[in-house]
Design a protein around this ligand. Structure first.
Ligand SMILES: *Cc1c(COP(=O)(O)O)cnc(C)c1O
Length: 382
C-alpha cells in the first residue's frame, strides 16, 4: 500500500458523490468565456461591473503608470511604497475620514484580522453562512465561538443576551457578510447596527466582498447604502471582485489600524503586493465611484432574474446580482449546468461542502455589461 492511497481514495469518494473539482482552462473576452473552444455567456464571474474586460482602462492606466512590478518585502521592512499610503488616504477620505489598511487578499485579511483582535476573553458570534476565510480566521483565534442561524437577528439577540454579562467575556465580535455569495441575500445592516448599540461590549465585523462597487451611491457598499459607515467597527472588503484587481481593505478606528500593524501576522510576515497592483486598484476605485448606471442596471437584472426563477417554482432569497437556482443534489446541479453550458450559458454548479447538503445549486452571477436582451435569452432556456 502506498502512502498516496489515502489521498486517492478521498478523491475517488468525491468523484462518486459528484463533488470532484478540476481546474479548467478558459479564455475571457468581456462577458463572454471560451472553454474547450465553446463560447458562452459568462454567468459565473465576480467581475460584477464588467471592468476586468475593458482594455481602454488598462491602456489608460499603463500610459500613466510607472509603478514597480515587485515589492520584495513586507510593508514593515522596505515594502511601504507611496502607492500604499496614497491609496489608504483615498479610502479614508471616501469612508468618512476613518482609517484604512490594505491587505494582500480578502483571504489574508480575514485570517489575519480576526486572530489579532480576538483573545480567550473574546466571544465571536458568526452568521452560519460566513465565507470560509472568516471561519478559518476564527479557528486560528483563541476566541470562544458560536454561530447564529443565517440572517436571524432574533437568534443573534438571544445569544447576546445569554453571553453579554458573562464575567469571562470582555468583548463580543459579531461577524457577518453584507451580501452573501451563495444565496445573494443580504443582512439587515441597519437592524444589526441598532442591535449592536443595545450592548456595550459588542463590536461589528462586516465583510462587503460582494457589495463593494455594487451598492451605495458611490459604490462603497451596503454600509454606504444604509448610511452606517461610522457604526461598523471593522468594515472589510476585497478588490478581487467588482474592482477587477486583487487585495483587501479594512475601514476602522486609527487605534485598530496601529494595533494590526503591530500584531497581524499575515501583514507582518508576507511580502506586500507589488506597488503597480496597488496603483491599479486605486485607479479602479476612483473610476468605480461614478458607475451608478452600471449599479442600477445590475440591480435591475438581479430583480428580473429572481422573479423568473421564482415563477418556475424555486425558492429564492436573493436581493442582489447573485441569483441561485437551488436544485437539490450535486448530480442534478452538475447535469443542469452541463445542459446550460451546451446552450451557451456558462453557469457553474455549487455543491457541498460550499453549500449545505441537499442544497446544491446553479449560481448565476450577473455582470453590468450583460444586456437585457442577453438576460432574456437566458430566461428563455431556464
Ligand atoms: C471572495 C471572498 C473573500 C476572499 O477574497 P479574496 O480577495 O479573493 O481572497 C473573502 N470574503 C468573502 C465574503 C468573499 O466572498
Amino acid at each position: 500500500m502506498s502512502l498516496l492511497d489515502h489521498y486517492q481514495n478521498t478523491l475517488d469518494t468525491l468523484k462518486k458523490q459528484g463533488n470532484y473539482r478540476q481546474l479548467t482552462h478558459n479564455e475571457q473576452h468581456g462577458h463572454w468565456l471560451t472553454v474547450a473552444s465553446k463560447c458562452m455567456l459568462n454567468l459565473s464571474s465576480n467581475d460584477y461591473l464588467g471592468l476586468a474586460g475593458q482594455s481602454e482602462l488598462k491602456q489608460q492606466f499603463l500610459q500613466q503608470n510607472q509603478s514597480l512590478m515587485t515589492s520584495s518585502s513586507s510593508r514593515l521592512l522596505t515594502g511601504n511604497f507611496d502607492e500604499y499610503t496614497a491609496f489608504e488616504q483615498t479610502l479614508s477620505s471616501a469612508f468618512a475620514g476613518r482609517s484604512a489598511l490594505l491587505f494582500n487578499s480578502g483571504y489574508h485579511m480575514n485570517i489575519g484580522i480576526l486572530p489579532a483582535l480576538a483573545n480567550a476573553k473574546t466571544l465571536i458570534l458568526a452568521d452560519k453562512l460566513v465565507h470560509a476565510s472568516m471561519i478559518d480566521g476564527i479557528r486560528l483565534s483563541q476566541a470562544k465561538y458560536v454561530r447564529y442561524k443565517h440572517n436571524d437577528l432574533n437568534h443573534l439577540k438571544q445569544l447576546l443576551e445569554k453571553y453579554h454579562d458573562d464575567a469571562d467575556i470582555e468583548r463580543i465580535l459579531i461577524v457577518t457578510e453584507s451580501i452573501f455569495s451563495m444565496d445573494g441575500d443580504e443582512v439587515d445592516l441597519h437592524g444589526l447596527v441598532m442591535l449592536k448599540q443595545q450592548f456595550n461590549k459588542v463590536m461589528l465585523y462586516v465583510d462587503e466582498a460582494h457589495a463593494i462597487g455594487v451598492r451605495g451611491e458611490r459604490g462603497l457598499g451596503c454600509a454606504e447604502q444604509y448610511a452606517v459607515i461610522e457604526h461598523i467597527d471593522f468594515l472589510v472588503g476585497t478588490f478581487g471582485k467588482a474592482l477587477a484587481s486583487v487585495g483587501g481593505y479594512l475601514i476602522c478606528d486609527e487605534i485598530i489600524k496601529a494595533y494590526l500593524i503591530n500584531t497581524m501576522r499575515p501583514l507582518i510576515f508576507s511580502t506586500a503586493l507589488p506597488p503597480i497592483n496597488i496603483a491599479w486598484t486605486h485607479f479602479m476605485f476612483e473610476r468605480m465611484q461614478g458607475m451608478q448606471k452600471q449599479r442600477q442596471h445590475l440591480q435591475h437584472m438581479g430583480h428580473v432574474l429572481k422573479n423568473e426563477v421564482m415563477s418556475k417554482g424555486y425558492d429564492c432569497l436573493s436581493s442582489s446580482h447573485l441569483v441561485p437556482i437551488i436544485v437539490g443534489e450535486s448530480e442534478q446541479a452538475v447535469q443542469k449546468s452541463k445542459q446550460l453550458q451546451a446552450l451557451g450559458f456558462y453557469i457553474m454548479p455549487v455543491r457541498p461542502p460550499t453549500v449545505p447538503k441537499h442544497q446544491a445549486r446553479l449560481r448565476i452571477s450577473l455582470m453590468a455589461s450583460i444586456s437585457l436582451h442577453e438576460l432574456d435569452a437566458l430566461v428563455d432556456v431556464l
